[in-house]
Design a protein around this ligand. Structure first.
Ligand SMILES: [Zn+2]
Length: 281
């Protein structure tokens, strides 16, 4: 079983330099979607993308994918694509890409989001320029450097022995239950965030927090930090503004749960394995 974004795949080595060569694999995003060829999936090289007329003005190094140089470019919204080039959004690619390609695409998606949301300085409103050799931008007028944002979120598997708490947020596919999760607030520790989110969303008190795993989640730029926590008090009641339903499930009676590439699934499978229960396939 593979958890594609949890451990960095050795086939993908991120790097912010040197400048990518013309035969680099190109991860180009237009309006949040990756440019590629279909059936089978393949990426154009920088040279092929130029030959197809794509405007590659801000070409940046991404690192190495399977030993091969890779580059990232953010295309203007009105960039014209001609067959066989198409675009797919990252959620679809999560179901079809694996390993190094998915890691690189996930990083490229975060950079694409940074490109489209960091065109101007937030202090003086002048255009930002790219900082060569780093994933950053500069405002020469205020001498400020701006780095891609990463937003920490906690995600927690709440347990009480042979039962785990699963919650259904309304945005999930019908029938799917997942874990309690939420953004870390300013001034908050990860542990305090876990305790607050569990109390707010399902009304429970938890203790014995244990860090398990983390996962970059490029929708658009979260870092999911996964914990186990033991329920020690409170009364189960779902906050209707966030959760449709929250229930305790026996370890052998789980409903539909998130897919294997997610840290939610990794937390669930890890807990089952620690209790001697084989995870669902
Ligand atoms: Zn400025």
């Amino acid at each position: 079983m593979s958890y594609l974004l949890r451990d960095l795949d050795p086939g993908f080595v991120p790097a912010a330099s040197p400048e990518p060569p013309e035969d680099a694999l190109l991860f180009a995003f237009r309006k949040g979607s990756l440019v590629h060829r279909d059936d089978p999936f393949s990426l154009p090289t920088v040279a092929e993308a130029r030959a197809a007329g794509l405007p590659l003005e801000a070409l940046t190094p991404l690192g190495k994918v399977g030993g091969r140089a890779a580059a990232f470019a953010a295309l203007p919204d009105d960039a014209l694509l001609t067959p066989p080039l198409v675009t797919s959004n990252l959620r679809r690619l999560f179901f079809s890409l694996e390993g190094p390609l998915l890691h690189a695409a996930a990083l490229a998606a975060q950079l694409a989001h940074f490109e489209t949301t960091s065109r101007f300085c937030g202090a003086c409103a002048r255009p930002l320029s790219r900082k060569i050799g780093e994933r950053a931008k500069r405002c020469d007028a205020c001498d400020r450097e701006i780095y891609p944002p990463v937003s920490p979120c906690t995600i927690v598997l709440v347990h009480r022995g042979d039962e785990i708490l699963l919650a259904r947020a309304s945005r999930l596919p019908p029938g799917m239950f997942a874990l309690v999760a939420g953004f870390v607030e300013p001034g908050e520790t990860l542990e305090a965030c876990v305790q607050r989110e569990v109390a707010e969303e399902v009304g429970l008190e938890v203790a014995d927090l244990r860090y398990v795993a983390s996962q970059p989640w490029p929708f658009p730029s979260q870092l999911m930090v996964g914990f186990f926590a033991r329920a020690v008090g409170g009364e189960l009641r779902a906050d209707p503004s966030e959760i449709e339903e929250a229930r305790w499930f026996g370890l052998r009676e789980l409903p539909m749960i998130p897919p294997p590439f997610s840290v939610a699934r990794f937390l669930i499978d890890t807990y089952l394995e620690e209790r001697g229960v084989t995870p669902p396939r």
